[in-house]
Each structure stands twice: as C-alpha cells, then as structure tokens.
Design a binder for this molecule. Structure first.
Ligand SMILES: *Cc1c(COP(=O)(O)O)cnc(C)c1O
Length: 460
C-alpha cells in the first residue's frame, strides 16, 4: 500500500489531472454493507481500481481549481503514524497534545501573538471562522449568552466584511444564530480590497439605528482573486470602534512565511483571531485548519464546559494543562498536528515560504502569457497566486463555462469557474508546490485550443 501510494505521488504527472468515474466503478461503490470479512489485499486492489484513479486530482501539478493544496509525502507518512497511535486530542496529559502545543507556539511567534494566545487545529477555515464569530459574540454579549441564547439579548449584533469574503463567513453568522443578514458586505475597491470609507459609514449607520457592531472580518487572500485587505487600517478601526478583529487568512495568512509577501500582511499581528489552513498553501494533507486567538481566556469563556466525566486531575493521564476541548467545539479530535509538525520539520519554514513565493511567480507568468495572447482577456489584477481570465467571444459567459469543463475532461489541467463583476471567469489558483511555469503554459495552450474548437469548429 505504501509503495502504491508513493508511486502515485511520484508519478502523478503520468496521470490525467481528473477523469470521471466509470459507471462500473461508481456502481461497485454503491454495494451494500459487507457482512463477511475480505482480505486486506483484495480491498487494496479495489481501492487501486475504483478509488485512486478517480480522485479529484489536487496532488497533480495541473490542478488549479478552487483553493486546494497539493499535500506532501512527509505529511502522508505522518498520517499513517497518527492513525496507528489513534490519539484523541480532546485533552489529557500525553505527547500528542504537546506536539499540537508546539505547533501552536510556532504559529504564535510567526504571527506575533502574545504568550496569552491560544491556537488549535480544526477541520478548516470554515470552522475557524465560526469560532471567530462565536468568540466575538461571547465577548460582546457576555458569557451568559451561552445559556440564554442570542434571542434573549436586546442587542442587535452586526458584523462587517468585504463583499469579496468567502461564503463561510455568512454561514458562520447563520450557524451562530445571529443570521447572515447581520453581516454587512462592504463594497471593495478595484483590487477587491474592502473600502475603509464605506466600512466606517456602515458602522456609523448601524450605531445610529441602535444596532451593536461587534465584529470586523478582514481578508488575507480573497477566494476569487487573492486580495489582501489593508489589515493595519482594519486593526486600527476595530480597536477604535471596539470590534473583535478576525482575519480570514484561509489561503493567504501563511504568506507570512514568504519574505516577499509578509509585508502585505502587515496588521495581521493585531488581530483578535486568525483563521487559516495548513492544507492550502501549507501543503499539509487534508484536513488541517487552524484557529489562533489572541486571548486564551476569551476563547475558554466561549467554549469550555465541564462534564463530570471530563474531570481534570492534578496528576496521571487526566492531568495536563491544555485541554483543546475547552477552546473549541470538538471533544474528540484527531492528531492533525502530527502531519503539520512533520511537514514543518521536513521542509522547514524557509522552503515552505519559498514554495509559496514560487506559486505567485507561476501566477505572474500565467498573467504575462494571457496579457500577450490576444484571444484571452485578464479579468482581475493578479495580486497573489490567483489568475482570472477568459477566452474572448460574443457568448463569452456560456463559452468559458464550457471551456472549463472541456479542460477538466481533457485531463490536462483543472482550473475552476468564478463570476467577477457578473462575468464568467476561468480561475486558476496556483497552490500546488509541484506546479511549474510549463503547467501554466499548458493551461494557456489548452484554453486556446478548446476556445478555437468551440468558436471556429471548421478550423478544429
Ligand atoms: C478555502 C477558504 C475558506 C474555507 O476554508 P475550508 O478549509 O475549506 O473550510 C474560507 N475562506 C477563504 C478565503 C478560503 O479560501
């Protein structure tokens, strides 16, 4: 099994990025619950036949869709070790917790957070954004809101984020019971950064209407085009207005590892909380989201709840100072820290930062190729690692959506689709450390070939 999966990673270029499942494979994966045991070797053979060839392809250097990391072998091996230990990181006194605390300590230093901060692994930034909303709510309304619920509070909370924010922010407001209507989506400038003037006006208007602004969410790498808000201005404004300042840095926050990108993140060290994903730019295998909060006590006030079956003791296994279950929604938690610890140790922060810079260079190369190709049109300024463009045509919206499906089905490259200013865009997000300049060239050439075939079938 180990040989097969290492071969898969090593020889990934020989495979299509993605291919649809065959009907036979799909129907075998709908077979009922087995009653009798099977040989492990036979199950592995089924995996090799029905699962591995039809993965989504984000290990492949031609994968440029959405915002997905490529993983790495050190992380792969660590996952195997973690599964063998079968550690539960809800709490208690054992080394896996110390590993998670060590990674949290590294992140605290990296983001310039104080010793009194706390960090923990979660599934992903969607969950970390929810934790940010909940911590901010508890601070704004007091700890009693955890008993009484939002409905018992007279305050009408409002939160602020740019119109370019990820959908998980509105979803977090919804799941927190505050409602997504209470999230003000503030207009952005031509570079998709939040307009601070519009933001100030919205806060003032809400205060005048008797509402209670409580939370400001800044973007460090918007999902559409990788824009980074002016985090230092937002930090100042949040301080001045008494708002919790949360940064959605799902993809972009780890740019702090890259000396050429770190200055763009200035102000992130002032945040009350940061959400980011090791499974994106950090190249750790899924899933490995992270939540970092400046005030450990406030995080505890938001999430701790002691059942008698979780009694803490002064010594023995039920000891231990840091029980992550007190600082987040989960009780049982896997050992996500180990694959992250392995990845950080195996490559070091410098090489990881270099791989992040590399993906931005590939994006700029792609931008230059598009700019010099008359059939193609760039739809947004490239700020980080994301390029949005399209094939020029009269029916460009329909055509470009079809082109992306053509590209997927070709197995050559896999960008995704987004809508920018009402226009369908082909979106290439370069996150995979394996992606090279020639993969960007392949995307341009394949777009041209399919675009030509669809607009001028006779020439094809
Ligand atoms: C990916 C992403 C998210 C969601 O993160 P998950 O790890 O998928 O839950 C949130 N915000 C931004 C900006 C993202 O890119």
């Amino acid at each position: 099994m180990l040989d097969d999966i290492l071969d898969y990673v090593e020889n990934i270029r020989e495979r299509p990025v993605w291919q649809p499942m065959t009907p036979a494979a799909r129907s075998r994966l709908q077979a009922p619950l087995p009653c009798n045991p099977s040989e492990l070797g036979a199950i592995h053979a089924e995996f090799m036949r029905d699962v591995l060839p039809y993965a989504s392809g984000n290990v492949h250097p031609g994968f440029m869709g959405w915002a997905q990391g490529g993983g790495n072998v050190a992380g792969l091996l660590a996952e195997m070790l973690a599964a063998g230990l079968n550690a539960n990181l809800g709490g208690r006194d054992h080394a896996p917790i110390a590993v998670e605390e060590q990674v949290a300590g590294w992140m605290r230093k990296l983001f310039g957070f104080p010793e009194t901060s706390a960090g923990l692994f979660v599934t992903g930034t969607s969950m970390a954004n929810l934790m940010g909303v909940l911590a901010a709510r508890t601070l704004a309304l007091g700890r009693d809101v955890r008993r009484s619920g939002i409905a018992a509070c007279p305050q009408k909370l409002t939160a602020y984020a740019s119109a370019a924010s990820h959908g998980s922010v509105a979803k977090a407001m919804d799941m927190a019971g505050i409602g997504s209507d209470a999230l003000r989506l503030i207009p952005t400038d031509g570079h998709h950064r939040i307009s601070v003037t519009a933001l100030e006006a919205a806060i003032t208007a809400d205060r005048q209407a008797g509402r209670t602004p409580f939370l400001l969410i800044g973007n460090a790498g918007t999902v559409d085009i990788g824009a980074i808000d002016a985090l230092d201005s937002l930090a100042r404004l949040a301080g001045h207005e008494g708002l919790w300042f949360h940064v959605d840095g799902a993809c972009g926050a780890l740019g702090i590892l890259a000396p050429d990108l770190a200055p763009l993140l200035a102000g992130i060290q002032e945040a009350d909380s940061i959400a980011f994903d090791f499974h994106k730019w950090g190249q750790v295998p899924y899933d490995a989201g992270f939540f970092l909060a400046r005030d450990r006590a406030q995080l505890g006030a938001t999430f701790s709840s002691h059942g008698s079956y979780l009694r803490r003791e002064g010594r023995g296994l039920a000891g231990g100072a840091f029980w992550p279950c007190d600082f987040g929604p989960d009780l049982s938690r896997g050992f996500r820290a180990l694959k992250t610890w392995f990845t950080l140790k195996a490559h070091g922060s410098q090489a990881l930062g270099e791989s992040i810079s590399h993906t931005c260079r590939v994006a700029r190369h792609l931008e230059a190729r598009i700019a010099e190709t008359p059939e193609l049109e760039l739809l947004a300024p490239v700020q980080l690692n994301i390029v949005c463009y399209r094939y020029r045509a009269t029916n460009a919206d329909e055509l470009n959506a079809e082109l992306v499906a053509d590209l997927h089905e070709s197995g050559l490259v896999a960008p995704s689709v987004t809508i920018l200013d009402g226009r369908v865009a082909i979106r290439a997000a370069i996150l995979n450390h394996r992606t090279t300049f020639s993969d960007a060239d392949a995307l341009v050439e394949a777009t041209l070939a399919f675009g030509e075939a669809r607009t001028n079938p006779l020439a094809a």
